[in-house]
Design a protein around this ligand. Structure first.
Ligand SMILES: [Zn+2]
Length: 102
């Protein structure tokens, strides 16, 4: 499946998914967006649906979303069990992702 031209024309860093989504753990509505650069790679690969992980909340947890080629979430799972590799490279990558809006 190929993304619609409507999405391909949009400029910016992030594309919002189309449908609404509530975290199954905290019940909050979460805005999900895909980084533009990554979206272009995913469009080339055409491997849908692809997983997208959103970390949030206290205690920290995650919402795993599967997103289809038409920018709609097809499935959601909540993840309470998280683990980070405790090395400098991982911390640097987390901070890099944090400082980059998406
Ligand atoms: Zn949540």
């Amino acid at each position: 499946m190929v993304l619609t031209k409507e999405y391909s024309k949009l400029k910016g860093f992030r594309k919002e998914v189309r449908n609404t989504h509530t975290c199954p753990i905290c019940q909050k509505r979460i805005n999900i967006g895909i980084e533009e650069k990554l979206l272009q790679q995913l469009e080339k690969a055409q491997n849908y649906p692809y997983p997208h992980l959103h970390l949030h909340g206290e205690p920290l947890h995650a919402m795993l979303c599967y997103i289809d080629g038409d920018m709609r979430i097809r499935g959601i799972s909540g993840i309470k069990s998280l683990e980070f590799l405790r090395d400098t490279n991982t911390l640097q990558q987390i901070l890099r992702k944090w400082s980059n809006p998406y």
